[in-house]
Design a protein around this ligand. Structure first.
Ligand SMILES: [Zn+2]
Ligand SMILES: [Zn+2]
Length: 464
């Protein structure tokens, strides 16, 4: 009798388990939200835990981006975001640790301010322009200022990141500012990093790294080209790859890896400090905890220490702001950009103002009709390379003569809307049905457990 009851209970548990698994699969299968326009990209801030996929190259030249604290998944889909311009940090703070495990409430800036339990993959950032001034602890990076339990994979970064500070704890990373317990894989960064400490009083903790400035993120199959400038009146931790490798919090025994990675470039720095350490190396400036695997790495790196502390270090010192421009047009394969050459020294050149690829599209197909209130969306296929490109259709203007035409054009959109609403309702229904099934299952199982318990207790009583 007992065995029979146990069997029933077992079968029932299995059934219940299957329902649960099925339910979670339904959730996981949700399609990522498609990003076609700059407006769509800006909407991530409204749902920072969502899954997204980029459908188009986007130019942010007219936007000052506010870093988003993100816990979702972002698939760049091998598309690019051009001219990402950042002047502020995100809202959240997180704890960062210096080499003495002293903690700081810290602000962050990057495409994402704080990345947690998140992923960013297949994304190109061209012409990154981060320039943050802060009087509180702060770390900046291109993809993220802070990253924990997050993975960055197959990304490409090109740009300049500059941090000007008056505080005790800060850093600049080419990909991530500060972070741990995650990985950066198959990602390349060509970055100019500038970090200037503006208060001589604080003997601060300063960090710079071509991949990340401090923490214990794993790195595999990455390529870093760094041109770093670091002026500090405190403790410098500079690395072509990582400024300081530290497992935090204290007592962490994570086993990490830094493998198959190439570092090229130079860090020019000064450490204005009587108690000098001046950590600056090709891969890791200071190693706090050697608990990682390290194979297949190579470097061509110059440690350029400057002993004159009177002048903050910069890629270029001419003050005239007199540049000649050369515009390079984009093609099907490459983005366009402008080369600025300093007329004063004719030596300093910088690439900026990236432009979208130049495809040839003779036919545009309307994907979303514009209305009188909202922009529409058009899709084009390049005649030469067959790339799929999306562009905005401007808001409709009222024209009385073309009334009949307008009605005709609006109709399909309404139909589409009705269809979408229908789909949404079906999904809702499915979810509700599953929910009901779950609740029913739970009630039945509870009833069964009570029944079994009663039977067992009675059995025992009888035995007595
Ligand atoms: Zn010059
Ligand atoms: Zn093309």
């Amino acid at each position: 009798m007992k065995r029979k009851i146990l069997n029933i209970l077992l079968y029932f548990s299995i059934l219940l388990f299957l329902v649960f698994v099925n339910k979670s699969t339904v959730f996981a299968q949700g399609e990522p939200e498609k990003i076609y326009t700059v407006k769509d990209l800006l909407k991530i801030a409204d749902n920072p835990s969502g899954d997204y996929i980029l459908m188009n190259d986007l130019d942010l030249k007219d936007v000052e981006w506010t870093p988003v604290d993100f816990t979702g998944n972002f698939d760049g889909n091998n598309h690019a975001i051009l001219n990402l311009k950042i002047r502020s940090t995100s809202e959240s703070t997180r704890t960062t640790y210096d080499g003495n495990y002293k903690t700081y409430d810290t602000y962050f800036a990057g495409l994402f301010g704080v990345l947690e339990d998140a992923s960013v993959k297949n994304l190109t950032l061209m012409g990154v322009d981060v320039n943050v001034q802060k009087e509180e602890p702060c770390f900046i990076g291109s993809i993220a200022g802070f990253a924990e339990r997050s993975n960055i994979e197959n990304c490409k970064i090109d740009g300049t990141l500059r941090l000007d500070v008056k505080c005790k704890m800060f850093g600049v990373g080419g990909i991530v500012g500060y972070g741990g317990d995650g990985a950066i894989t198959e990602t390349s960064a060509i970055v100019t990093l500038i970090c200037i400490d503006h208060d001589r009083e604080n003997r601060d903790e300063q960090f710079m790294g071509g991949a990340y400035s401090a923490g214990y993120l794993d790195v595999d199959k990455c390529s870093i080209k760094i041109d770093g400038y670091d002026s500090d009146h405190g403790y410098v931790h500079d690395g072509g790859l990582v400024g300081m490798y530290i497992l935090y919090p204290l007592g962490n025994n994570y086993a990490g890896y830094i493998n198959n990675t190439r570092v090229e470039g130079m860090i020019t720095f000064f450490e204005d400090n009587t108690d000098r350490r001046a950590y600056c190396k090709d891969f890791i400036g200071e190693v706090m905890n050697w608990t990682y695997e390290y194979v297949g790495n190579s470097s061509d790196f110059t440690r350029n220490e400057i002993k004159d502390y009177s002048k903050d270090l910069l890629p270029h010192y001419c003050e005239g702001n007199d540049y000649s421009k050369e515009v390079i047009e984009g093609s099907c394969d490459d983005f366009g950009f402008t080369v600025y050459t300093c007329n004063e020294c004719s030596e300093y050149k910088v690439k900026a103002d990236y432009t979208l690829k130049n495809h040839e599209i003779s036919n545009w197909e309307t994907v979303v009709e514009p209305t009188f209130e909202e922009e529409g969306l058009a899709k084009g296929i390049c005649d030469r390379c067959q790339s799929e490109v999306y562009d905005i259709l401007p808001v409709k203007e009222e024209e009385i003569e073309e009334e009949s035409e307008v009605i005709e054009e609006v109709l399909p959109l309404e139909e589409e809307n009705a269809l979408e609403q229908g789909e949404a309702k079906t999904e809702e229904k499915d979810e509700k049905a599953l929910g009901t099934l779950l609740v029913t299952g739970l009630v039945i199982s509870l009833g069964l457990v009570v029944a079994i318990a009663t039977v067992l207790i009675r059995g025992r009583r009888k035995k007595r």
